[in-house]
Write a protein that binds this ligand. Structure first.
Ligand SMILES: [Zn+2]
Length: 113
């Protein structure tokens, strides 16, 4: 582990005590006791298609598996709203707008006379 890599000091948990405030800053989701491991959910900051790990975090809500697609899960998006890194927050917002219903275009029907 490189001491210069901020991620080296964070572990994954499916019920983490922290989230991402921005690309590099971690913010607490709840009080953290002295000596407690600082955790984030990798869904908050990882979208790699090759990420596929078994999880044994031990939390009652453990997903059992961590993948690069976990950020797409609606339940995680709701639980971690505002705690994803910026590019994932933007991707979530963009996906929300892709479901818009297009209005029919008027005046484009060609009539043969
Ligand atoms: Zn877990």
């Amino acid at each position: 582990m490189s001491p210069t890599s901020p991620g080296s000091f964070l572990n994954h948990s499916c019920d983490p005590n922290c989230g991402m405030q921005d690309q590099l800053s971690v913010v607490a989701r709840r009080s953290i006791r002295a000596g407690e491991v600082v955790t984030i959910d990798y869904a908050m900051c990882m979208t790699s298609p090759i990420l596929d790990l078994a999880c044994e975090c031990g939390e009652p809500i453990c997903r059992g598996r961590i993948t690069g697609d976990d950020w797409k899960k609606r339940a995680l998006q709701e639980r971690y709203k505002g705690l994803f890194v910026g590019y994932i927050e933007r991707r979530i917002a963009e996906r929300g707008t892709t479901l818009r219903v297009r209005r029919p275009v008027r005046g484009r029907i060609r009539r043969d006379r």
